[in-house]
Design a protein around this ligand. Structure first.
Ligand SMILES: NC(=O)c1ccc[n+]([C@@H]2O[C@H](COP(=O)([O-])OP(=O)(O)OC[C@H]3O[C@@H](n4cnc5c(N)ncnc54)[C@H](O)[C@@H]3O)[C@@H](O)[C@H]2O)c1
Length: 306
């Protein structure tokens, strides 16, 4: 058996840690030596109401097991206050797990501006506010680990979740840019698309499926990615029921039209099979905007032979 990965001396913020996945993350870090800020507003899964109870219960659980934890009841929209709680209670901050989230599911046709905005506020602005306050601390100490939480709904789209899927994919872009900007200061950012039984999924998934989707099967990936010796940075993972896989973009070999001729929709139509063919052995997996631009720049030289 390999030696346990420990987090002694590390301070972790887990947002939305009063239940579901966040609770599981918080309990685990608490059990491996970290000091945990258990943040939860204690709202319903659609964002209504507030109660300190959710966070308190998890703090009690961590302490009862011999761990160190404090509660924070602020909304992630006041992310600076959550970071302040960590600094006041423990004097440092090493890891941020942006996990808090709500749903406002409704078809796009019926969606109100309010339902759109609220989802962006909690998922995108909330993650931003916590990270913005944590970032200078991470930079100064030359260490930081960030996990953001996206969703398959964001990656693939999901009926009735235009607001949620748009906001969730925003977190992938945020993660990838922070990975680039944080790298030189040993700040690593990764993003997970989990699948787990929680009050968020209990009404949409059948009971037998829920029984196999334990949040505890998601947390070990989060913990591994946040360990001081883990170098993974800027990556996206799907994780649930014991399955863990990494995702990347794939682009077809495409087709380059001559740059010195007018391009018409009819030309696009004529080459559609090549533009969309992933199976001809020419598909690539660009990992940066630079790599992505290479094919476009190579086409600068694609002149028609008159
Ligand atoms: N469960 C899944 O299968 C699944 C799938 C994809 C993505 N996710 C994402 O995982 C995360 C955790 O979800 P979960 O399934 O554990 O749901 P959950 O509802 O059990 O947990 C979310 C927690 O966030 C808290 N919260 C909501 N708004 C908050 C705010 N403004 N400030 C602070 N806390 C707030 C809630 O009180 C709740 O305890 C969410 O970001 C969710 O979108 C979950």
């Amino acid at each position: 058996m390999a030696e346990n990965l420990r987090f002694d001396g590390r301070v972790v913020i887990v947002t939305g840690a009063g239940g579901g996945l966040g609770r599981s993350h918080a309990l685990f870090f608490g059990s491996r030596g970290a000091s945990v800020v258990v943040n939860d507003l204690g709202a319903s899964h659609t964002g209504e109401g507030a109660s300190s109870r959710a966070a308190d219960v998890v703090v009690e659980e961590i302490r009862a097991a011999g761990g160190k934890a404090v509660a924070n009841y602020d909304s992630v929209l006041d992310g600076d206050k959550i970071v302040e709680t960590a600094m006041k209670a423990f004097g440092r901050l090493d890891i941020v797990i942006n996990n808090a989230g709500i749903l406002k599911d409704v078809s796009f046709a019926r969606m109100t501006d309010e339902q759109w905005k609220l989802i962006f506020q909690v998922h995108v602005d909330g993650a931003y506010k916590v990270l913005k306050a944590a970032w200078p601390i991470f930079r100064q100490q030359k260490f930081g680990r960030i996990i953001n939480t996206t969703s398959a709904a964001g990656i693939y789209g999901n009926f009735g979740q235009a607001n949620y899927s748009a906001a969730k994919l925003a977190l992938v872009g945020l993660t990838k840019t922070l990975a680039l900007e944080g790298k030189k200061d040993n700040i690593h950012s990764n993003v997970i698309a989990p699948m787990a039984a929680s009050r968020m999924t209990e009404t949409v998934l059948p009971p037998d499926m829920l029984a196999s989707l334990k949040p505890e099967m998601v947390t070990p990936l989060v913990a591994y990615l946040c360990h001081e010796n883990t170098t993974e940075n800027g990556s996206l993972f799907e994780v649930g029921a014991g399955f863990i896989g990494k995702l990347r973009w794939e682009r077809t070999g495409g087709y380059g039209f001559p740059i010195d001729q007018t391009l018409q929709p009819e030309d696009v139509k004529a080459k559609w099979a090549e533009i969309t063919n992933f199976e001809d052995g020419r598909a690539t997996h660009p990992e940066s905007t630079q790599e992505s631009m290479e094919s476009i720049m190579a086409n600068f030289e694609n002149k028609s032979k008159l």
